[in-house]
Design a protein. Structure first.
Length: 172
């Protein structure tokens, strides 16, 4: 089954975290395309993302986990957070990928929502800045405790993160 996935970046100063989370939930409910398909709008810490392919891969793994009944979280947005952060525990995933007060690079992931949801997000978060999704090697090495040896084996931090996302399936 084909899914409509949109991934965009923003730079934003989070003042009222509760309001932002509540508003994102309201937007996903307002803009979902098809009631028979799962949908989500998930806002993530873009500093913990190793590029567009990393987050897209995590989204696809999350969707597939739900379709196979192998999801860890009860909610697709949280499952995306788990997969992208390479975690099986929600609390750890939220520590890595969750939003915090202050200046943030935000990655917005929309699954099976109308394209207008991005316009609605721009009204709240300001202009898009997809460069925040580009990997910052130093930040990622610190967040995920990545060694030079691992980077050499996989060739890039993005390849390493994609591989580790896939490996979550095998963990018990």
């Amino acid at each position: 089954m084909e899914n409509n996935i949109q991934i965009v970046g923003f730079k934003f100063k989070v003042d009222n975290l509760d309001y932002l989370l509540k508003t994102s939930n309201e937007l996903s409910a307002k803009y979902y395309i098809n009631p028979s398909k799962m949908y989500a709008l998930q806002l993530l810490n873009a500093d913990a993302i190793a590029g567009y392919d990393h987050i897209l891969n995590a989204v696809i793994h999350a969707i597939n986990a739900f379709e196979r009944g192998e999801n860890i979280a009860k909610d697709l947005g949280l499952e995306i957070c788990l997969r992208a952060s390479l975690q099986r525990q929600i609390s750890k995933a939220l520590t890595i990928m969750g939003l915090k007060k202050g200046e943030m690079n935000i990655c917005a992931v929309s699954v099976n929502c109308n394209e207008k949801i991005i316009d609605a997000l721009e009204e709240i978060l300001g202009n898009r800045d997809n460069s925040v999704i580009d990997p910052d090697m130093d930040k990622l090495k610190e967040i995920y405790d990545i060694s030079e040896t691992e980077l050499e084996i996989y060739g890039s931090i993005e390849n390493l993160m994609i591989e580790k996302t896939a490996m979550l399936i095998l963990e018990v």
